[in-house]
Write a protein that binds this ligand. Structure first.
Ligand code: PMP
Length: 305
């Protein structure tokens, strides 16, 4: 297990800066018993100028509010205050490359009745940027993503992650690195904590929104593709069509952009370093540290090394 905190770690809790070891949560919290809470996963980076920057902070705190509203959790928070508090705990904990975890949770309430208040905590811990060398062996999960008719799938609700834990643990128990889950109709949806893209014949494909968490990294990848003039097709994707394509990757705040080595043991056609996906991975890595990228004029197959 990672070392998330020590006796000096400072967290933000309901408007106060407190030591992680002194912070307490109520065992009668509705969140604890029913998974009824919402959270965010955010990263900060040390930029090329040496500053600490939270990547896409407005988007993440807007989604936190969306998630709380979607679950009827009272949310009296202001994004600017939360962002300032996050920078403050990064500073107090002496962190630049970090993972940031805001959590909005319910008070003591063993019933299903709506709450009149909620709590918020923000924790940060060290997380180095991922360099993207590792490629994943991915398998189709036997678990499907939650049905959007049973959950608000665009909310980042704690309870949804029981599904993610089951899928991820199943994949690892079977000797794979990660799972790919389908939606309730059997179409490709997403990973336990990341969206997916695949590459074929110079184009990218990704599941359309509707049955997935529309990730902020997914939106960033779409932005990068627009800038690099790479066509992206958002559509319903079958499990069979992902096998034997040129490349595929997961993208998410924690995962960043991470390539796949194989899918259900079928390897991809192209060497990762020669794919458009690799160019996108590098562009993402540059963007988060605010390194200005020069857009390659040539596609990888045309590049003379
Ligand atoms: N799908 C799921 C299920 C996730 O948990 C995440 C991580 N938040 C993502 C996709 C990617 O979202 P983002 O890029 O906003 O981190």
């Amino acid at each position: 297990m990672a070392n998330y905190y020590n006796e000096n770690t400072v967290i933000y809790l309901d408007g106060q800066f407190v030591k992680a070891v002194d912070a307490k949560i109520d065992l009668y919290s509705q969140s604890m018993h029913y998974g009824y809470a919402v959270f965010e996963g955010i990263r900060s980076y040390k930029t090329v100028n040496g500053e600490t920057k939270i990547f896409k902070e407005q988007e993440h705190f807007a989604r936190l509010k969306h998630s709380a509203d979607a679950l009827n959790l009272p949310y009296g928070q202001d994004a600017a205050t939360l962002i300032a508090a996050t920078y403050e705990i990064l500073k107090r904990n002496n962190l630049q490359d970090a993972y940031i975890r805001p959590l909005v949770y319910a008070p003591a309430n063993m019933s299903f009745v709506k709450n009149t208040e909620s709590h918020i905590s923000i924790q940060v811990w060290e997380m180095a940027p991922f360099l993207g060398e590792k490629l994943l062996r991915v398998m189709t999960s036997s678990f499907q993503r939650p049905n959007p008719k049973g959950f608000v799938i665009t909310a980042k609700a704690s309870g949804h992650y029981v599904n993610s834990i089951l899928a991820s643990q199943e994949a690892k128990a079977k000797g794979f690195d990660e799972a790919l889950l389908t939606d309730m109709n059997g179409f490709v949806a997403e990973g336990p904590g990341a969206n997916m893209f695949y590459e074929k014949d110079g184009k990218l494909f990704t599941p359309s929104v509707g049955n997935i968490l529309p990730g902020i990294t997914r939106a960033t990848v779409l932005e990068i593709c627009r800038e690099l003039d790479i066509e992206v097709i958002e559509k319903q994707i079958t499990v069979a069509e992902v096998k034997g394509v040129d490349a595929a990757f997961f993208c998410g705040t924690a995962a960043e952009v991470i390539g796949w080595e194989s899918y259900d043991n079928v390897v991809f056609k192209k060497e990762w370093n020669k794919t458009l996906s690799r160019i996108i991975q590098k562009a993402y890595a540059d963007r988060v540290i605010e390194k200005h990228i020069s857009i390659p004029e040539k596609r990888p197959e045309e590049v003379v090394v």
